[in-house]
Design a protein around this ligand. Structure first.
Ligand SMILES: C[S@@+](CC[C@H](N)C(=O)[O-])C[C@H]1O[C@@H](n2cnc3c(N)ncnc32)[C@H](O)[C@@H]1O
Length: 261
C-alpha cells in the first residue's frame, strides 16, 4: 500500500545557553544536526562576540557542514515610544512578516529550519511569540519544536553556587524597566534581567543580599555577592568599567531578603 505524506517544513527554536558553549544540551546538538537552514536576524549593532558564540556552537557540534545560513535585517524599533508595550507589539508584528517571507522563500518542503535563541527561549525572548504569530497568519505552514537551553538565570545561580529560592519561598523574575517603574514592596527572591541602569540602587531596605553576575559563563565572567548596601557602589563602578572596556554588557542579578525564612 502506498501512503502519501505531505512533506512538511519544520522549525526548531533552539536554546543555546547564555554564552558558554558547554551549556548546550544533547537534545540541542541532535536538533542542530537535523537543520538545513539557520535563520538569523541581523541586528546591525549585535556584538560580534555574541555572533561568534553562535558560529562556534554550529562549528563545534554539527558534523555535516552542508547547512545554509540566512540573515535578514531587523526592522527599526521605536526606542522612545509613548507606550512601550504597543511599540514592542508593533515591532514583533513587523518581525513576523519578515520571518514569514524568509521561511516561505528559503525553506523548501520537507526541510528543517532553526532559530538559535540566547539562553532559554522561554525567558525574555520574542522568538516563540513571533513564530506563533506567523502560524496564526496562515500564510506559511510548518511544524515547530522548542528545545530548552540553560538560561542566564540558571547560569548565574550555578556560578554563585546558590539556589534561587529559600525553602518553599517564591522567586520573581522581572526586568530593570519594571523595577524602575516601582520597586516591589514585598519579595523573597527577585531576579532582575535587562537592567541598563542598576535599578538595585532604588532599594531602600537594609536586609537585602545581592548575587550579581556579568558575562556569566564566559571567559569574562564577573561575580559579586554580598550585602546590597555594601556592594551596590562597587557593582555600579565595576559594571560601568567593564561596559566601557568591552563596549557592551550582559548582567543579571538576584536580590534576596536576608533571613526571611
Ligand atoms: C533579551 S534577554 C534574554 C534572556 C535569555 N533568553 C536567557 O534565557 O537568559 C537578555 C538579558 O539576559 C541576561 N543575560 C543574557 N546572557 C547573560 C550572561 N551571559 N550573563 C549575565 N546576564 C545575561 C541579561 O540580563 C540580559 O539583559
Amino acid at each position: 500500500m502506498l501512503y502519501w505524506a505531505p512533506s512538511v517544513r519544520k522549525l526548531f527554536i533552539i536554546g543555546i545557553g547564555a554564552g558558554n558553549r558547554d551549556h548546550i544540551t544533547v537534545q540541542a546538538i541532535n536538533a542542530l544536526n537535523a537543520v538545513d537552514v539557520f535563520f538569523a536576524i541581523d541586528k546591525g549593532d549585535e556584538k560580534a562576540e555574541l555572533i561568534r558564540v553562535r558560529q562556534e556552537i554550529c562549528e563545534t557540534y554539527i558534523k555535516d557542514k552542508s547547512y545554509r545560513t540566512v540573515a535578514v535585517p531587523d526592522p527599526e524599533r521605536d526606542r522612545k515610544p509613548s507606550s512601550y508595550r504597543s511599540a514592542v507589539k508593533d515591532w514583533h508584528e513587523r518581525r513576523a512578516v519578515i520571518f514569514e517571507k524568509m521561511i516561505a522563500r528559503e525553506l523548501n518542503d520537507g526541510e528543517c529550519g532553526a532559530f538559535l535563541v540566547w539562553g532559554d527561549p522561554s525567558l525574555y525572548d520574542s522568538t516563540l511569540r513571533i513564530v506563533q504569530q506567523i502560524l496564526a497568519r496562515g500564510v506559511v505552514e510548518f511544524t515547530y519544536e522548542v528545545i530548552p537551553g540553560v538560561s542566564s538565570v540558571q547560569a548565574l545561580a550555578a556560578a554563585h553556587k546558590i539556589s534561587l529560592n529559600q525553602i518553599g519561598a517564591p522567586v520573581h523574575i522581572t526586568t530593570g524597566r519594571n523595577v524602575a517603574d516601582g520597586f516591589p514592596d514585598d519579595f523573597d527572591n527577585l531576579v532582575v534581567m535587562l537592567d541598563a541602569n542598576c535599578a538595585f540602587k532604588a532599594v531602600k531596605e537594609t536586609d537585602i543580599d545581592i548575587y550579581w553576575g556579568a558575562y556569566v559563563g564566559t571567559k569574562d565572567e564577573i561575580l559579586i555577592a554580598g550585602d546590597l548596601r555594601q556592594v551596590a557602589g562597587d557593582i555600579e563602578k565595576i559594571r560601568s568599567a567593564a561596559r566601557a572596556r568591552k563596549g557592551w554588557i550582559l548582567d543579571t542579578y538576584l536580590l534576596r531578603k536576608r533571613d526571611r525564612r
